[in-house]
Design a protein around this ligand. Sequence first.
Ligand code: SF4
Ligand code: SF4
Length: 300
Amino acid sequence: MIIAIASGKGGTGKTTVATSLAISLAAELTPPPLFLDCDVEAPNAHLFLKPLFEHSREVGILLPQVDEARCTLCGRCAEICQYHAIAVLGQKTLVFPQLCHGCGSCAALCPEKAITEIPNHIGILERGQTPDGIPFARGVLNVGEPMAVPVISQLKTWAIPQPGQHVIADCPPGTSCPAVASIQGSDFLLLVTEPTPFGLHDLRLAVQVARELGVPAGVVINRDGSGNAGVDEFCRAEGLPVLMRIPFDRAIAEGIARGKTLIDIQPEYARQLLDLFEQIKQLAGAQPLRVSSRTIDASL
Ligand code: SF4
Ligand code: SF4
């Protein structure tokens, strides 16, 4: 089973939940879960799980390069590029590398064979093991590089679980392409949120992603007891199960700031996280989430 752990916004405690869940499962399951840090723009799960990396691999995409001598400025490449990453401007065909997804369509369809593809290094994949015996893999996007999705996609095909091994994927925050690429193919989406108006707003958007992808979802409310009841009311109205609550607690906040997991801070969380996993297992086979049109309209 692949459990994607995500949040509509950053700073909700998604990585805290993901790393703590991995540790609690590793103590109970053989093989231990495979942990994927898909938050390639700001990976930080290693700060909590402290893996030793043993293998690495570069990630690249192929960028088009136009041979001006062959190019007839026909504009076919610009027509087919979904990302507006290539354009005919005056007497030149220009490529915008920051927009290019390296899909290869322009090179394949250029009638003059004027486009060749050159490798462009955008990040790295790393794989190893934590002191708790958890296989750990992550992607790291180069600083300033905009294309997170190829790094995430290659991470998911490079770090393959063993038969019967569960996967915990710590996804990027938000609801843009990197988050969608990380969640896609998961059996369950665990949304970590906080009971604030911002948390509710972004939870609504994340729930729409779950609906679009057809992935069953549930919620963990972090810093419970702060803020207001809006998240609870939303979950109730949408039939979205609240699977765990983590109270607003200064000791937890201080422990996390020092790189500790929930279990390091309060060992009784190990049992709660195993209960969370049991609930996820039951829900993973459930019907995908349905969100009423009223709620979708309200969130837009
Ligand atoms: S499709 Fe080929 S020939 Fe046409 S503008 Fe693009 S690079 Fe030039
Ligand atoms: S490789 Fe794909 S994304 Fe990049 S310029 Fe060509 S068509 Fe556009």
